[in-house]
Design a binder for this molecule. Structure first.
Ligand SMILES: Cc1cc2nc3c(=O)[nH]c(=O)nc-3n(C[C@H](O)[C@H](O)[C@H](O)COP(=O)(O)OP(=O)(O)OC[C@H]3O[C@@H](n4cnc5c(N)ncnc54)[C@H](O)[C@@H]3O)c2cc1C
Length: 394
């Protein structure tokens, strides 16, 4: 079929749940990321971290506080503004590591402090966090407890005026340079679902140690730390929410974290498809652009189809979450679908780039490495299937 007879100008309508105002933000985030993030990604990946200044710069531009109220220095927006930021950071930036570091702070560590914290705690960590002056991390995973969150062993023993914390956390994004760690601890002998509490640990507390900066397959420009706590004295005012009520906080946080990962994958897939189409039109073999071979054209059509389906699912789960409706099943489906799809699309994109895809220069091999974390982090594929199955009464 001749392309000229297919009537589609390429101009897309605004998709729900977004509005005109969100689309304006999308453009300004895209411009910022293209100008101030993307050109430096190779260098930051090589250095194994992006500069701390990037937190300050994003804070200065208001991107770390989009959903927080103005009285704490935020922009007074909502989760949809954050969703736009997350998707465009991923699409225009092309670095899972940069997105992971910024999101671990603004999307994963700050929300529980804001949602469960007192106004004094918000002043201490949210206000400077929004400015990018303090960096946060969330510490749940331990060397012996990942998917089975309730089996964590880091303990907080109650003493006069607070707690004494002993234990270790691993795989913590921003763990090396975080100023504060929102840390899950066992506050009863038995621990388990009813015996977990969250304490905010601060890096200068005696006994708080960064035990290792971990080397990993992808996400090179983010730091991933292993932390050790030896008799760390934590004052009672650093308890977040109710004592022994931490499991509720974990569950509340997981829904948004999984949406953040889904939205990030939507952005990454858009980038991969745009890059692949451009390459397929440019690269010639046997006298034709490779994109004109039906095999390649069909493969890209399938990639676009899968990416659109994943995006539709994610936007729908986002809409439900934003409206405050039950959506554990929909969020888990989005997480499962987007992470596997993004990994597959990254690999197909690499194949279409041929040998150049395997070279660092095009950023495609990085996309494959970065995408591999998706089916593991924030709850593995297997755990998503468990949750989806259980919501269906199985
Ligand atoms: C780069 C990176 C960054 C991370 N950042 C953070 C962070 O900032 N904060 C944080 O707290 N954590 C973080 N994590 C940890 C991440 O959330 C865990 O790796 C993840 O939850 C899986 O836990 P695990 O690695 O211990 O695997 P395990 O739980 O040991 O699982 C191993 C395998 O067994 C499977 N499995 C486990 N239970 C079941 C079951 N019931 N049924 C079927 N299969 C099962 C899993 O799906 C997996 O395939 C990060 C991890 C990485 C790699």
């Amino acid at each position: 079929m001749n392309a000229s007879v297919i009537k589609d100008t390429g101009a897309r309508a605004i998709l729900p749940p977004f509005s005109e105002e969100h689309e304006e933000l999308r453009e300004s985030v895209g411009r910022f990321v293209a100008a101030e993030v993307a050109p430096h990604v190779d260098e930051w990946e090589e250095a194994r971290e992006f500069p701390r200044d990037l937190f300050n710069r994003c804070g200065e531009l208001g991107f770390l506080g989009l959903k927080f109220p103005e009285r704490y220095g935020g922009q007074g927006g909502d989760l949809l503004h954050d969703a736009v930021w997350i998707e465009e950071l991923s699409r225009a930036g092309g670095s899972g590591g940069v997105a992971a570091g910024l999101n671990a702070h603004a999307q994963i560590a700050m929300p529980p402090v804001f949602n469960f914290g007192t106004s004094e705690q918000r002043e201490r960590w949210i206000v400077p966090g929004i400015r990018g002056e303090l960096i946060g991390a969330l510490g749940i995973t331990e060397p012996g407890a990942g998917s089975d969150v309730a089996s964590l062993r880091t303990s907080a023993r109650k003493v006069d005026g607070g707690y004494v914390v002993n234990g270790a956390k691993t795989f913590i994004t921003n763990g090396v340079r975080a100023d504060f760690l929102v840390c899950a601890c066992k506050t009863t002998e038995e621990g388990g679902h009813g015996g977990i509490s969250f304490l905010v640990l601060e890096r200068e507390m005696p006994g708080y140690e960064v035990a290792a900066k971990l080397e990993k397959m992808g996400w090179h420009s983010s730091d991933t730390g292993e932390l050790a706590f030896t008799d760390v004295e934590v004052p009672a005012e650093n308890l977040l929410g109710e004592e022994n009520g931490g499991f509720k906080l974990i569950m509340a946080n997981f829904a948004w974290e999984r949406l953040v990962m889904s939205i990030g994958a939507v952005g990454a897939m858009r980038r991969l498809i745009e890059t692949t189409v451009a390459y397929a039109l440019d690269r010639e073999a046997f006298g034709h652009p490779i994109g004109k071979f039906q095999a390649i054209r069909h493969q890209i059509a399938e990639m676009a189809t899968e990416a659109e389906a994943a995006r539709a699912q994610t936007y729908d789960a986002l809409r439900l979450f934003h409206e405050g409706r039950d959506c554990i099943k929909e969020v888990s489906i989005s997480k499962l679908l987007t992470q596997r799809t993004a990994l597959r699309i990254a690999d197909q994109s690499l194949q279409i780039h041929g040998g150049y895809g395997y070279m660092r220069e095009y950023g495609i091999e990085r996309a494959v490495r970065d995408a591999r974390l998706g089916p593991i982090g924030g709850g593995t594929d297997e755990i998503m299937k468990e949750i989806i199955g259980k919501t269906m009464g199985l």
